[in-house]
Write a protein of this length. Structure first.
Ligand SMILES: CC(C)(COP(=O)(O)OP(=O)(O)OC[C@H]1O[C@@H](n2cnc3c(N)ncnc32)[C@H](O)[C@@H]1OP(=O)(O)O)[C@@H](O)C(=O)NCCC(=O)NCCS
Length: 153
């Protein structure tokens, strides 16, 4: 199968359903809703991996950091379950980082559940992110997260 990568823009309701489906299969109740995804499409940056029919199989969502010029925050990244473990997530993020540089982005920050070993392996081992903070109760009681950062080359 041929997979390609591209930025997504504001889109049809059918495409919106597809990309919401990827989020839901990854995060269930914690998935980004249309009320976040649509503003991200319009005012942030959303990147997708698509199959040969142009159907999205993975998405990554970035917002510019207003408090730190040059930084972008990776709000979410998810790959459809059948495509996981095949490098799609890593390659999508590499594509996104290269594309974001043209907007003056020089660093990426994210938060990750310390128990999400797949995501940690992608961020730390495969992409070179470093832990910059261990944030207790980041998203409420018991919801600890690692804050990670990568300087783009
Ligand atoms: C995290 C995620 C985006 C990574 O995308 P991916 O395409 O699966 O990642 P890759 O294939 O590039 O790399 C995954 C690595 O984890 C390893 N891995 C370990 N357990 C795995 C599992 N259960 N599933 C997939 N990969 C696993 C793989 O072997 C691979 O490392 P390797 O290439 O050195 O062998 C994807 O797995 C996903 O959508 N997970 C659910 C949503 C999520 O947790 N998002 C991140 C929130 S911070």
């Amino acid at each position: 199968m041929t997979i390609s990568f591209k930025p997504l823009e504001h889109t049809s309701s059918e495409r919106l359903e597809q990309i919401m489906g990827i989020e839901k299969q990854a995060f269930g109740k914690g998935a980004l809703s249309e009320y976040v995804i649509v503003p991200m499409l319009r005012y942030g940056k959303v990147y997708a991996a698509v199959d040969e029919d142009d159907d999205p199989i993975a998405c990554a969502y970035f917002m510019r950091d207003i408090n730190e010029i040059g930084n972008a925050y990776l709000m979410s990244v998810a790959v459809l379950p059948v495509f996981r473990g095949k490098d799609v997530g890593t390659e999508l993020l590499k594509y996104a980082f290269t594309h974001l540089k043209r907007f003056g982005i020089t660093s990426i920050r994210l938060t990750v559940d310390p128990a999400n070993f797949t995501a940690l392996s992608v961020y730390r081992e495969k992409l070179g992110f470093a832990v910059v903070e261990n944030s207790k109760d980041e998203y409420g009681e018991g919801e600890d997260r690692l804050v990670m950062e990568l300087a783009l080359k």
